[in-house]
Design a protein around this ligand. Structure first.
Ligand code: CU
Length: 125
């Protein structure tokens, strides 16, 4: 004889699976670790910008940022708060590394061309 479970039992089983998934996934979402990003320098509506313009990290993250410059001139990438400064050659690629050891909002800029639009790095506690 096959017994069918009632809706309450089926839902409790599903909630249990969700809780197990949350236990395994949550540390990856909240704990510091290694994070990798790729940013690209483009012209948007006549203005040179780095995209994406906001990176979200946790304090203690070890960060690798690959910078792609799609333009015909060198462009800079500087995060003063983390001692990062690099020049990306025209149509070239550069990689920078840092540890996000300070919480808060940290700007990044193109230090070669101050009018260019940079962005911000949000480091959560
Ligand atoms: Cu620039």
């Amino acid at each position: 004889m096959i017994r069918k479970h009632g809706p309450a039992i089926r839902w409790s089983w599903r909630i249990g699976v969700l809780c197990l998934c949350a236990v395994f996934l949550a540390p990856g979402l909240t704990a510091a670790g290694q994070k990798a990003f790729t940013l690209v320098n483009v012209i948007f509506d006549g203005t040179k910008i780095w995209l994406p313009s906001t990176l979200i990290l946790h304090k203690g993250d070890e960060v690798v940022v690959t910078l792609l410059n799609k333009l015909d001139a060198p462009h800079g990438f500087k995060i003063a708060d983390f001692g990062v400064e690099a020049v990306v050659p025209p149509k070239g690629k550069t990689t920078v590394r840092f540890v996000a050891d300070k919480a808060g909002v940290h700007p990044f800029i193109c230090h070669l061309h101050p009018p260019h639009i940079g962005g911000q790095i949000l480091v959560l506690e």
